[in-house]
Design a protein around this ligand. Structure first.
Ligand SMILES: NC(=O)c1ccc[n+]([C@@H]2O[C@H](COP(=O)([O-])OP(=O)(O)OC[C@H]3O[C@@H](n4cnc5c(N)ncnc54)[C@H](OP(=O)(O)O)[C@@H]3O)[C@@H](O)[C@H]2O)c1
Length: 272
């Protein structure tokens, strides 16, 4: 992707590549001839998704590792596995993530802590491990999938929103830090709004929640992946995906807090 890497085959590691945003983004990388490495939980789904992608891109070089990102040793194992596959990684996409939903103190603590492990700890640790190696190898890019949820309080999904605020805040701060020392590694944060057509709603227990059908910011996985990939190619450090969310983001900056609170409380409830 960067000049320094143009003579080599570019490679991308995508966590959660087997479905949703990760799968859709993989198509864009495949189109540009990237070698693809996937990490996700379910081996059968990884196999099936790989077969689907190979049908569209028969010459694609794609490997996967089935691993639970909520396990403490996963980032180290992923790092070691990556450099068993490739000498140099061009792009890391920290995409895998889950949500939880419900009244805060009634929510299952183990489920929230598992989410924090996947959405926060794994992202932190993979980013921390890959930056020095990418710098030593002459450069690279780390793309962290945050969310529109990182910007506003989110009733019934406060822990999820907090994990995504962590991801965006870390990514934006690191991006400036790396630029200040002329690092060859770039960081990009991607913020999608609610997506109607991925598994996320179901795994997060958010089925029927209004935000996924609301006209305010909802989007599709195709729109998110296209905007994200274009932004990555344009060297952006922050990408808000989806036309509706981009409009909504600016409107919300001038919306009185009491009104925003009412709208979000309504949006985050299940439709009757
Ligand atoms: N969907 C939305 O409305 C939305 C909006 C904004 C941001 N996001 C963020 O976008 C990212 C992708 O979401 P998506 O909508 O594409 O969701 P998705 O379709 O449910 O995909 C999630 C991916 O993460 C993997 N994954 C989940 N738990 C894992 C674990 N413990 N270990 C390894 N891999 C695991 C899944 O693999 P398995 O299928 O094998 O479990 C799957 O490949 C997430 O970080 C999410 O927070 C989503």
């Amino acid at each position: 992707m960067d000049d320094a890497s143009s003579s080599l085959v570019d490679s991308v590691l995508i966590t959660g590549g087997s479905s949703g945003i990760g799968f859709e983004l993989s198509k864009w990388f495949a189109k540009d001839g990237y070698r693809i490495l996937w990490v996700a939980l379910e081996p059968d789904e990884l196999e099936k998704s790989r077969t689907d992608l190979l049908q569209a891109y028969p010459n694609l070089d794609i490997q996967f590792l089935a691993i639970d990102l909520s396990s403490k040793d996963a980032p180290e194992r992923i790092y070691n596995w990556t450099y068993d596959q490739v000498d140099r990684l061009t792009v890391l996409v920290n995409n895998a993530g889950i949500g939880t939903y419900g009244q805060f103190e009634k929510n299952d603590r183990a489920a929230d802590l598992r989410m924090i492990q996947i959405n926060v700890n794994a992202v932190y640790e993979l980013t921390h491990r890959f930056i020095p190696r990418m710098e030593a190898d002459g450069g690279g890019r780390i793309v962290n999938i945050s969310s529109a949820a990182s910007y506003l309080p989110l009733p019934y999904a406060g822990v999820y929103a907090a994990t995504k605020a962590f991801v965006r805040q870390l990514s934006e701060s690191l991006s400036w830090e790396l630029q200040a020392r002329d690092s060859s590694v770039k960081i990009t944060a991607v913020c999608p709004a609610a997506i109607g057509n991925t598994q996320f709603q179901k795994t997060a227990g958010m089925e029927g929640v209004r935000t996924f059908i609301s006209p305010l910011a909802r989007t599709t996985v195709e729109e998110v992946a296209q905007d994200a990939y274009r932004g990555i190619k344009a060297n952006k450090d922050l990408i808000r995906t989806g036309f509706r969310f981009r409009v909504n983001y600016w409107v919300s900056r001038f919306t009185p807090r009491f009104l925003a609170r009412r709208i979000l409380a309504w949006e985050m409830k299940r439709a009757e």
